[in-house]
Design a protein around this ligand. Structure first.
Ligand code: SF4
Length: 482
């Protein structure tokens, strides 16, 4: 990236308490990232029906549920973030306002209304904190999606929020690095470091307390990632204050009573359906009492029809070699457990295959304990849940004789193409999967694989192989019963 010359910005308002004063519309026009993102500094005026208001509020609740449910997805995990946003978008098309391709003012307006409805409602709810977390996180991932994490775009947002800042020049960055004002590993590659923002130290107290940034002449020196966090903090403070003022203003206002009661009904209904959905999800993940428990008497057919590629590869390797090394066994035993295979059936399955190569007493001694342990019958007696895609993608890469891992991450293109052909995928679908792999987006590749093999998108982002299995089973059962 080319660096700008040192840019001095005049301060619109350096008083933090006034950072959210209204900004004249003209001052943000022409800055596309601002046109695409709502910062919810001012409410929308106009009239909508109660039904519309309830519908918009319902959509906001859905977004909140998706984002809070994926709270463990880190903002650096681009593919998981993208999939999470896809889920928000597909559920929330009318209000999502996160499209990076189109500028849709109607979406932006609806998004703004849904935000203010939720803000008004949660001001009086014990879930107020969760709501704030959601809005902060939502802003963070929207900034990320719009690629605002870089350069000038971010600078416009800082201006919008009234921050006093400067962009450090290339020479200055090199100088600061030499003096170790910035906590970079030395020697740094100044050219690829990206923009460094100098902001007043009081905006960066949390980084200073961690000693993760340098301070010079009253200014903290922040990288792009840190500056995004500062913006999100400022936004969060704004939401916190506005919740307090909403509480004060609205509790005295009898006119909002009717609207509030309507939203309250929507929220209670939503909460009930969410509790039921999470109960079912937990049941699926634990494999207990699930209607789609894996029928081992028909396993070969099920493998072909319903297994994700990672587990199918492990299963076929087991059938071929009558053995699997530790990591693949760990993945497959826990997968089978979460697919509803009980302990005795599982032990017999592994015994049948392993004893084609080793004596039964060796199996009893070296392998059976391990299966019982993973089922929570030995050691600390805590059953191990099946692994997530993220873990399988990031875990130790498989060596030449290992069978664990994610094919969309660990297979080379030739190997992957041959597997996909064997699974009867057409060439244009294979090309599309290869493109996702090239973009290092394994989850997208897997969702595509699901769609091309089942004829339907999965209902949400695939985060666990066991989810792939259940979704596939669910589709085939619904097709049979319809
Ligand atoms: Fe398996 Fe997940 Fe990779 Fe799909 S993305 S193949 S489910 S590890």
């Amino acid at each position: 990236m080319e660096f700008d010359k040192p840019v001095k910005r005049s301060v619109a308002n350096s008083n933090p308490s006034k950072r959210f004063a209204s900004v004249p519309k003209e001052s943000i026009e022409g800055k596309d990232q601002l046109e695409r993102i709502n910062f919810y500094l001012e409410p929308q005026f106009g009239t909508i029906s109660l039904d519309e208001a309830e519908d918009l509020f319902r959509q906001r609740l859905k977004a909140m549920s998706i984002i809070l449910e994926n709270h463990d997805v880190k903002s650096q995990e681009a593919s998981s973030i993208n999939h999470m946003l896809k889920a928000v978008k597909s559920d929330l098309f009318p209000t999502n306002c996160v499209s990076s391709l189109l500028l849709n003012l109607e979406q932006k307006r609806l998004d703004n209304i849904s935000h203010f409805l939720a803000r008004m409602y949660f001001a009086f709810q014990p879930e107020c904190e969760a709501y704030r977390n959601f809005e902060r996180r939502f802003l963070e991932i929207r900034l990320r999606e719009l690629d605002c994490f870089s350069g000038q775009r971010l600078a416009h947002i800082l201006e919008y929020f009234g921050f006093e800042y400067e962009l450090a020049s290339l020479e200055e960055i090199a100088e600061l690095a030499k003096e170790r004002y910035v906590n970079w590993t030395s020697p740094i590659d100044v050219k690829s470091t990206g923009n460094i923002f100098k902001v007043k130290f009081e905006h960066a107290i949390k980084f200073i307390a961690r000693r993760s940034v340098g301070v010079k002449d009253g200014y903290a020196l922040l990288t792009v990632k840190e500056i995004v966090s500062v913006i999100c903090d400022a936004f969060d403070q704004h939401i916190e204050k506005s919740l307090v003022s909403a509480r004060r203003a609205l509790s005295l206002n009898p006119n909002v009573q009717h609207l509030y009661e309507g939203l309250d009904l929507v929220y209670k209904e939503f909460k009930e359906s969410e509790t039921e959905r999470l109960r079912k999800l937990k049941q699926v993940q634990s494999g207990e009492g699930n209607p789609h428990s894996l029928d081992m008497s028909n396993i070969e057919e099920i493998v072909k029809q319903h297994y994700p590629p990672c587990m199918r590869y492990i299963h076929e390797s087991l059938r071929q070699d009558h053995h699997l090394r530790h990591q693949a066994r760990l993945y497959y035993i826990t997968f089978l457990r979460n697919c509803g295979v009980d302990l005795d059936t599982s032990i017999e399955f592994w015994r049948e295959e392993f004893t084609k190569k080793i004596p039964n007493d060796k199996f009893e001694r070296d392998y059976k304990y391990n299966i019982r342990h993973l089922y929570g019958k030995e050691g600390q007696k805590k059953a191990i849940s099946s692994f997530t895609c993220e873990k399988m993608i990031k875990d130790n890469p498989p060596g030449p004789v290992d069978k664990h891992g994610c094919p969309f991450k660990h297979f080379d293109d030739t190997h992957l193409v041959s597997m996909l052909k064997k699974h009867n995928l057409e060439q244009h679908n294979i090309d599309s999967i290869l493109l996702a792999k090239k973009n290092n987006d394994q989850v997208d590749a897997c969702c595509k694989y699901f769609k091309y093999t089942k004829g339907k998108d999965p209902s949400g982002t695939i985060r666990k192989p066991v989810q792939f299995y259940y979704e596939s089973m669910h589709i085939s059962t619904s097709e049979t019963t319809n």
